[in-house]
Write a protein that binds this ligand. Structure first.
Ligand SMILES: CCCCCCCCCCCCCC(=O)SCCNC(=O)CCNC(=O)[C@H](O)C(C)(C)COP(=O)(O)OP(=O)(O)OC[C@H]1O[C@@H](n2cnc3c(N)ncnc32)[C@H](O)[C@@H]1OP(=O)(O)O
Length: 219
């Protein structure tokens, strides 16, 4: 799996590239929000597009051949910076910030206009994706990682755009299958519940747990 790689990196360099990546992704996220909500006239839109095209051309001067992949190093641990939900350098990621308390995972995220489904409400697919990430991370964090086999999502009530908390935990394991559960909550209480099965893929079976954690799953 060439998308997983070992890349040793100094602490200073890590701090530098983290700040650069977060800054760029944050700027692009702001651009997306501004695009969804702008009310300026055609001339201003045309001028903005010229600036955007120039910025894109600048960034295109040097590109990875494909996706960012998942990189491991002694100093930085796992870097899943391209991940669509939590990726530090991916402006598509809201991003969800994860914290770990034992085997419980909490994701916090502020979902703005770019994540709308029904008017003023969060798109259900976005909520499912956040839960997929959090439940998968709960399995990984418990040392029993896997690819999402099945994810069941129950939308109990509408989720209003704004701050959202995602909670996830490992429920149980059966051999290579890890069963995780989780919720999405807002000030209105629990809005979504989910449970999922995360399965160690065939090619990773027989690996040591440490190797499996380094080569399977997530972003
Ligand atoms: C290690 C590391 C890391 C990391 C990660 C972390 C994560 C974090 C975050 C991640 C966030 C993002 C995460 C993403 O976005 S992951 C991306 C979305 N998911 C995928 O692309 C997965 C694609 N599917 C596969 O790779 C395989 O089919 C998997 C690996 C799922 C199973 O493999 P395989 O097909 O070869 O399985 P098997 O024939 O040996 O059967 C084995 C057992 O499993 C049971 N079964 C099979 N399929 C399913 C199913 N769909 N639901 C429920 N159960 C299923 C089956 O009955 C049997 O049970 P039993 O009869 O033994 O009782």
């Amino acid at each position: 799996m060439s998308e997983y790689s070992i890349e040793e990196i100094t602490a200073d360099h890590l701090a530098h590239i983290t700040a650069v990546a977060q800054g760029l992704a944050g700027d692009v996220r702001a651009l997306v929000d501004a695009t969804v909500r702008t009310q300026v006239g055609d001339d201003d839109v045309a001028a903005a597009r010229e600036h955007i095209a120039a910025a894109t051309a600048l960034l295109r001067r040097e590109q990875l051949p494909g996706a960012f992949g998942i990189r491991f190093s002694a100093t930085a641990g796992k870097r899943n910076w391209g991940n669509a939900m939590v990726g530090l350098r991916n402006p598509v990621a809201p991003p969800m910030h994860m914290s770990y308390d034992g085997e419980k995972i909490t994701g916090t995220v502020d979902l703005g206009a770019a994540y709308e489904g029904p008017a003023g409400l969060v798109h259900g697919g976005i909520l499912a994706a956040l839960l997929d990430q959090a439940l998968g991370s709960a399995a990984e964090n418990a040392g029993v990682p896997g690819m999402t086999g099945t994810l069941n999502v129950r939308y109990r009530q509408a989720t209003v755009l704004g701050p959202v908390t995602v909670s996830a935990w490992l429920d149980r394991t059966e051999g290579i299958k890890s069963f995780a559960k989780g919720t999405v909550s807002t000030a209105d209480g629990v809005t979504v519940e989910a449970d999922g099965v995360f399965i160690l893929p065939r090619w990773a079976r027989g690996q040591s747990q440490e190797d499996a954690v380094r080569t399977v799953g997530e972003g």
